[in-house]
Design a binder for this molecule. Structure first.
Ligand code: RTP
Length: 155
């Protein structure tokens, strides 16, 4: 028996304020749904400054940090938890390169964005960060563990 190379993982995906403002919420959620990942958490949320600073603490020393915090807190974001085999790396591929001008067509940023500072979506960069970020952005009771039913919805 060959051991499975990729495991079921969870990742934190966030539609940034520009994605909400531009009416791209449905389009972005639909890309992860169509790929086949499972949505386990979803909310529209006005992020406080402290949370944005904690989320991006690794970038604290970067010159663009204050602008990044202003951007992320400039309006509501859509917080999502997604689950699936290899979802962390796959979601990063669906999202595309950080600089949307380098992102391939077919990716979210490649199709929908132009500027690094307005790149519409965030995705965790490792399974460890996926867990850390989901715990940071969601409270207990906000996540749903569910399995797809086999029965048809309409009878
Ligand atoms: P994200 O965390 O949002 O998924 O982005 P990422 O991993 O692709 O990129 P990262 O290097 O972690 O940067 C986080 C976010 O900071 C903003 N940024 N601005 N030079 C700049 O002005 C600059 N560089 C990065 C972007 O919004 C980037 O997504």
């Amino acid at each position: 028996l060959v051991a499975a190379m990729v495991e079921v993982e969870e990742t934190y995906i966030m539609i940034k304020p520009d994605g909400v403002q531009r009416g791209l919420v449905g389009e972005i959620i639909s890309r992860f749904e169509k790929k086949g990942f499972k949505l386990t958490g979803l909310k529209l949320f006005q992020c406080p400054k402290e949370l944005a600073q904690e989320h991006y603490k690794d970038l604290q020393s970067k010159p663009f940090f204050p602008k990044l915090i202003d951007y992320i807190t400039s309006g509501p974001v859509v917080c999502m938890a997604w689950e699936g085999v290899g979802v962390v790396a796959s979601a990063r591929k669906l999202i595309g390169a950080t600089n949307p001008l380098n992102a391939e067509p077919g990716t979210i940023r490649g199709d929908l964005a132009v500027q690094t500072g307005r790149n519409v979506v965030h995705g965790s960069d490792s399974p460890e960060n996926g867990k850390r970020e989901i715990a940071l952005w969601f409270k207990e009771g906000e996540l749903c563990e569910w399995a797809p039913v086999q029965e048809p919805w309409l009878k």
